[in-house]
Design a protein around this ligand. Sequence first.
Ligand code: AMP
Length: 285
Amino acid sequence: METVTSVKDFQNFLNERRSLGEEIGFVPTMGALHDGHTSLIDASVRQKKTTVVSIFVNPLQFSDTEDLDDYPLSLEKDEETCLRHKVELLFCPTRREIYPKELPELEEIGEIGKTLEGESRPSHFQGVATVVARLFEIVGVSSAYFGEKDFQQLMVVNELVKRHQFPVEIVACPTIRQIDGLALSSRNVYLTEEQRADAPVLYRALMEGAESVRCGEKKSENLKKLISDIVINESKGDLDYVGVVDSETFTQLDSVLESGKQIRILIACNFGAARLIDNIGVVIP
Ligand code: AMP
């Protein structure tokens, strides 16, 4: 496996593989790779002849008060991980390669990116959409693998692909968790021992919420209260939001009436320096 830093080298490699008739699987990441990332890589390796991974900590998706400067980096370890998982090429561009202009033009985002996580982190999804658009322009025809762990991001990316008609198929992959339910995240390293013990409350609360829907709960308000109460009573986490949306359109729902409809319950909570997000899908009975 090779690591390249320039767009030109990356594109030369991709063009060569495509000229051999090989399909490209692309896994964009910010590095500090864990089993969540490798599940995306493994899915791509299973489905596509060639898998490439990018590592780029995108400054545009962090606000001034967020953890850009402390974001975990482990390039050597990440290279070994990629090699072990049969990645063919690792693309680790510099900021200049991704954003040749000092002030890159920001992507517009639709309504999906303005609620929940978008409300708490106002410029976040604009930064995500900007880097994903740039990466898709560079990579070209491919399938790109994204985690449902960041469900709202996945929806923003789907919308971006439609708007720009990028020749990229988006493949959604399930959330990988630790044995106690905590979703794997590069940010979990910020958790103290006590916070780490608290953090699985998020998945526990989401599961309780999903169960109450399956047992007939119809009101989003009740559902949100049930979940919030569990987090507040059973942890020291600082709850940011609980949201209930239609899984297809991402519109927020007041009631979950329609039988057969798939909904997503999303949660964000701060445990000290770690802002954790999670979500669960449930079908209305
Ligand atoms: P990041 O490096 O955090 O930007 O994540 C890169 C990709 O990995 C995104 O598509 C994430 O949704 C995905 N990802 C992160 N954590 C997990 C996880 N626990 N399970 C599945 N996918 C994940």
